[in-house]
Design a protein around this ligand. Structure first.
Ligand code: FAD
Length: 512
């Protein structure tokens, strides 16, 4: 068995991924929640498994979510009861399996009338019933005084009380990293910055492997696999077209924007859900990592971009909706960061609005054997993975093995993390790098040494969340971060300058 230290280096994984004559049981394309979940499920059933991520782990939608592990109250309105029940079951599992990353959070629906209190109260009783057995406390009514006690900054005299219920919150990109690291502990091989270029078929037109490029060096490699899983979320149609150039798209893409505000604008450790905005969407106002997260929008889009951009109207819509709730309405100048994610919703009727499309997942097996999995939610990644690997074992002649992830603790790796952190703290690296961010040099070193961060963006966007929380502060700590990266990765000054330039360019999508 190779040492833990070896398995934290990218070169180890590159060598293992490209080993001559190796035929992988499972190769997963895409390192978001779906791909990382499938990798962990496959490898812990005993299959040899490799994950290839074209950019960085969680670069796609999986770092741009609302950070909720939830049943999804809004899906009750769409009668998606089965999906809500499955999600609530998964919420219970995640609270047990990753207690260091997922925690309960109280949500309140502020109501303007007694009628609204009764209406939403009744809906949440159904939510309680679907969560039966999960151990979460039941929903309850909150009086007018109770609402203003909990949220002193709400618009005075506007609300007649509300309804409170429990859901859960998490750090999305960190959970992907923990899934990846847990899978690596079970001998999975993982490569970020390894983009799949084409699929490879045998004489019978069955998939037998693929070609990918190592974006760090520009070198391409061909590998062989029994099963290839396309878990590229909103990008899945591009991979499907590598398999069949005339295929109908599976995904109806829609983007969701969040803005991040300073904690002083909404001082509470509870969240607000606005169940119906002026255009019928749901909006969350959530305390997150010492800041306030507000989102999201739901705007159908044509182009599926790696770095999607918020439209001016989307940000205005969020701020206008907030103005109806907060006494001191935030303006554009209060926004510390804006980030945008693309929902990989499965296409339906042409005239159906994206907010009504099902969040259930879809698994498709093409005639050549390409397995595409998309749709679903972050909350249901584990169940999606279980369904997908069950299918792999029945379709691709893999030895029968049952899923192990239902009660698999993701805490083991967190113990490693704490141990590493303590070692690093001992070397005086524990001071916050910026007065407005809690991240330390120890966090950066951890990202570089143990979590495959290759560049400034990996480190400041997804290992730490600096870019998402406060873009200007992230820019200000970039020179320290790039020095550390260059030192650890033995890169020269020209590389440092190029990194700083690329990072500054990237921040334009996160600044208003
Ligand atoms: C705004 C918004 C808010 C959301 N909030 C929540 C929430 O609070 N709770 C919840 O449960 N769900 C939420 N969701 C849904 C959830 O975030 C997604 O369902 C989930 O993240 C999708 O994960 P994925 O792995 O399928 O896709 P992604 O995370 O997009 O991963 C796909 C990966 O594939 C990679 N890739 C693409 N092409 C290639 C290639 N050629 N080679 C290799 N790799 C490639 C990409 O770089 C990317 O990293 C939200 C979605 C959005 C858009």
């Amino acid at each position: 068995m190779d040492s833990f230290q070896q398995r934290t280096t990218r070169s180890y994984h590159l060598e293992a991924a490209t080993e001559d004559s190796k035929v992988w049981d499972v190769v997963v394309i895409g390192g978001g929640a779906t791909g990382a979940g499938i990798l962990l499920d496959a490898v812990t059933r005993g299959y040899s498994a490799l994950l290839l991520e074209g950019s960085d782990f969680a670069k796609g939608t999986s770092s741009r979510s609302t950070k909720l592990i939830h049943g999804g109250v809004r899906y009750l309105q769409q009668f998606q009861f089965g999906m809500v029940r499955d999600s609530l079951r998964e919420r219970g599992r995640l609270l047990k399996n990753a207690p260091h990353l997922v925690h309960e959070l109280e949500f309140i629906i502020p109501c303007k009338s007694m009628f609204e209190r009764i209406f939403y109260g009744a809906g949440l009783k159904l939510y309680d019933a679907l969560a039966w057995g999960s151990g979460a406390r039941l929903s309850r009514q909150v009086t007018r005084v109770g609402i203003y006690d909990r949220f002193p900054q709400l618009t005075p005299d506007r609300f007649a009380g509300g309804v409170s219920y429990i859901d859960a919150q998490f750090n999305d990109s960190r959970l992907v990293i923990e899934l990846i690291r847990t899978a690596v502990e079970s001998n999975a091989i993982v490569l970020n910055h390894a983009k799949v270029l084409s699929l490879d078929r045998n004489a019978n037109q069955r998939l037998q492997g693929l070609e990918f490029v190592d974006q760090e060096t520009g070198i391409s490699y061909k590998i062989r696999a029994k099963a290839v899983v396309n878990a590229t979320g909103p990008f899945c149609d591009a991979i499907r077209r590598m398999d069949n150039s005339v295929i109908e798209p599976l995904v109806a893409a829609s983007q969701g924007v969040h803005v991040v505000l300073p904690a002083t604008m909404f001082e509470s450790n509870r969240a607000i859900i606005v169940p119906k905005t002026s255009d019928g969407r749901v909006l969350f106002i959530i305390p997150w990592q010492g800041h306030v997260l507000v989102g999201t929008t739901d705007t159908p889009i044509r182009n599926i971009d790696e770095e999607p951009k918020a439209q001016r109207e989307e940000v205005d819509f969020l701020l206008e909706t907030l103005a109806g709730y907060l006494e001191a309405a935030p303006s554009r100048s209060d926004v510390l960061s804006v980030f945008t994610g693309i929902r990989p919703l499965v296409k339906a009727r042409q005239d159906q609005p994206t907010k009504q499309l099902s969040r259930d997942h879809t698994i498709e097996v093409s005639p050549s054997g390409l397995v595409t999995i998309t749709g679903g939610k972050w909350t249901t990644y584990r169940k999606m993975a279980e369904d997908c690997v069950d299918l792999l074992s029945s379709h691709f002649g893999l030895p029968k093995a049952t899923c192990k992830t239902k009660s698999m603790l993701l805490q083991q790796t967190e113990l490693d993390r704490v141990t590493c952190e303590q070692a690093l703290e001992a070397s005086q690296l524990s001071q916050p790098l910026h007065p407005k961010l809690s991240f330390t040099e120890a966090n950066l070193l951890q990202g570089i040494r143990f979590e495959y961060a290759c560049n400034l963006e990996d480190l400041l966007a997804r290992r730490t969340r600096a870019l998402f929380l406060n873009t200007t502060a992230a820019l200000q700590i970039a020179p320290i971060a790039v020095k550390l990266l260059a030192q650890e990765r033995r890169k020269d000054e020209a590389w440092e300058s190029e990194q700083l330039r690329q990072f500054a360019d990237l921040t334009q999508s996160y600044l208003l």
